[in-house]
Design a protein around this ligand. Sequence first.
Ligand code: HEM
Length: 425
Amino acid sequence: MPQDSIWQQILDYSHRADPYPLYAELRKTPVVWAEDGSYVVSTYREIVALLHDPRLSSDRRNFPEYDADAPTQASEEGPAGLPPPFIQTDPPDHDRARRLLTWNFGPPHRPGRIDSMIPDMFGIVTGEIDDFAGKDDVAGKDRSGTTRVDIVDDFAYPFPVTVICRLLGVPRDDEPRFQAMSDAVIKAVDPTTGGITERQRRRDKANADLGQYFAELLDARRGQPGDDLLSGLLSGDGAEAAMPYEQVLSNAALLLVAGHETTVNLITNGMLTLLRHPEVLDRLRRGDEPDLAARVVEELLRYEPPVQFLANSRNTLDDIEVGGTTIPKGSPVTLVLAAGSRDPDFVHDPDRFDPDREHNEHLGFGGGIHYCFGAPLARPETQIALTELACRLRNPRLLADPPPYRASPSLRGPRHLLVEIDGVD
Ligand code: HEM
């Protein structure tokens, strides 16, 4: 592949439904210099090496284009200059913030927090599927008694949003307020929407707006802490310390966005994949293999991961030799996780969806110190969602294959997934 066309190809919407042949091409040169001065890495071994290399920084203050004087104002007067969320920091700041969050989040310190949400998750999913039966709008029942549902809008989107709101103690009815800000963060991560500096500025602005939202929420609750994660962070409840107020605001914004823009795609990619592999859908419906849902979800994280790549999210603090190439100090690096998880040098028969594979060390949740913080939540959410869809939808059929995809190549998933069913059990 000509080196000057790498980003053009990755961003090209025509690859969205099936980017994997492009990734196979990319893997022929494990580390490639791209036209914007960054390096794109696409083979499993090299990605894992870099994910664990302390000479790669996630702290935007180390990025050559970072402008320390750029304002990070919220739109009204409000908390300006919030510290970066911990995903954009390095040790020791990163580790300290992650430790405080982990203490309040779930396993191993608070196993009860996620476990106690499992009945809630079943309740939300059951309610959403019950509602399919009553659909009678344009996308609803036709004369033959079948029903059409959009797995994205009617199911996969509202479910994780409701769960993350409950976890953080955010009122679900505030969605219209935080949705636009969350979309702005997601857009700023999307490499189709501008250069690194410009996107970082928009991301800072959207984070500051979300921080302002959380400041108002926490203000209104001052003096009445709940049992939610944010209250726990502020009080320091049982952990080594409380988290400083500004850090709580920026990390709350991160969790809210990360908690609902990724799981929606895993559930939707999952349903699409199951409908394309009816034998696995049948096994899930029969329900006689207790660990099948878990294996299906792990295989989906390898085979159709929502986070396809981490676009210029790292920067080299030194010259780094990897895959026969020296990446010079000060270079932005993109790790194509989805290409690594299908690397034939590491995975047997990588283009086959096979929930029975023995080893599945996928990169769907990243790796190293920034390994997905929300994995203990995303896993049960997706297992419950897919199992209930498999068990309750009568004779589901895809109405469009491939479905229309969202624009983003990095956070990839269908915008709609229209499915026809003969009712729900
Ligand atoms: C980090 C994927 C769900 C919170 C990551 C990373 C990936 C990822 C690939 C690594 C980023 C990097 O190295 O720069 C996913 C996928 C999800 C999911 C595929 C759903 C299927 C969630 C949920 C939450 C969450 C539900 C919140 C409750 C985070 C946070 C980080 C992170 C806070 C940063 C961790 C750190 O910097 O130490 N995620 N995620 N994620 N994820 Fe997730």
